[in-house]
Write a protein that binds this ligand. Structure first.
Ligand SMILES: Nc1ncnc2c1ncn2[C@@H]1O[C@H](COP(=O)(O)OP(=O)(O)O)[C@@H](O)[C@H]1O
Ligand SMILES: [Mg+2]
Length: 225
């Protein structure tokens, strides 16, 4: 079209713009699906979701992070709770946090951690909750039907905790509590730091001892070591 009439020109320009917008949305959706599928493939165990949620807490400047797992076979329920004393979120941010297109990270435009865990609870007929107070901290609670066919396995909690201590144990304290039915244990890096005095908690030998310790406790309560 060499010289289209003026009126048509505006209409066709508008249509072109609309098409371009549609294409942009399509591309963005496609990209989102690719990323979601990729992340879904990686996050096969709940322990990996936990690592991801704890990363949020670390990003939020938390110095104390509690990881609580309750396996209650009688009530047919599995509860995960991650509680931090980081910078927290106001009401507005909590509402947005579950939106996969919301992130405060500067490097990308998609934030999937919370929405992926929420999705995992939905798949196992569970519930998902975020409680947060600006300046105080955040608690994420994920509940699952224990024997639901689509409930992801807990995965390797020992290596999850050891990896967190190896990476962040010098700056952050971790309290890992695991209960199975009427048995349970609490693993607290603040207590360990007092016991080992000047030896850094991320020391290889210390980590080996802690690893053995967690495995022993998990076996004692009848959970997967
Ligand atoms: N524990 C937390 N403390 C403070 N803000 C949080 C916390 N967890 C999540 N957020 C906020 O919610 C957003 C979305 O989190 P998430 O779904 O894990 O995606 P991502 O971490 O990739 O941004 C984060 O960018 C952050 O702004
Ligand atoms: Mg995250």
């Amino acid at each position: 079209m060499a010289n289209p009439p003026k009126a048509d020109d505006t209409a066709s320009k508008a249509i072109l713009r609309l098409l371009r917008d549609c294409f942009e949305i399509y591309r963005e959706t496609q990209r989102y699906c690719d990323i979601t599928n990729g992340v879904r493939n990686i996050l096969q165990d709940l322990s990996l979701h936990i690592l991801d949620i704890v990363e949020n807490s670390i990003d939020a400047g938390a110095k104390k992070i509690e990881i609580i797992i309750k396996e209650n076979v009688k009530q047919n329920m599995l509860v995960l709770k991650i509680k931090d004393n980081g910078k927290g979120m106001d009401k507005n941010t909590i509402a947005k946090a579950l939106d996969p297109f919301y992130t405060t990270k500067k490097t990308r435009r998609i934030g999937l951690g919370l929405s992926m865990l929420a999705q995992a609870t939905k798949e196992a007929d569970g519930t998902f909750q975020i409680k947060s107070q600006k300046g105080k901290g955040t608690t994420v609670i994920a509940k699952f039907v224990y024997d639901h066919i689509d409930r992801k396995p807990i995965g390797n909690m020992t290596e999850t905790i050891i990896a967190l201590i190896a990476g962040k144990g010098m700056d952050v304290d971790f309290i890992y509590e695991h209960h199975k039915n009427s048995h349970g244990f609490v693993f607290d890096t603040r207590t360990i730091k007092k016991e080992i005095k000047d030896i850094p908690i991320n020391n290889g030998e210390v980590l080996n001892i802690l690893r053995e310790n967690i495995i022993k406790e998990l076996k004692r309560i009848g959970a997967r070591p």
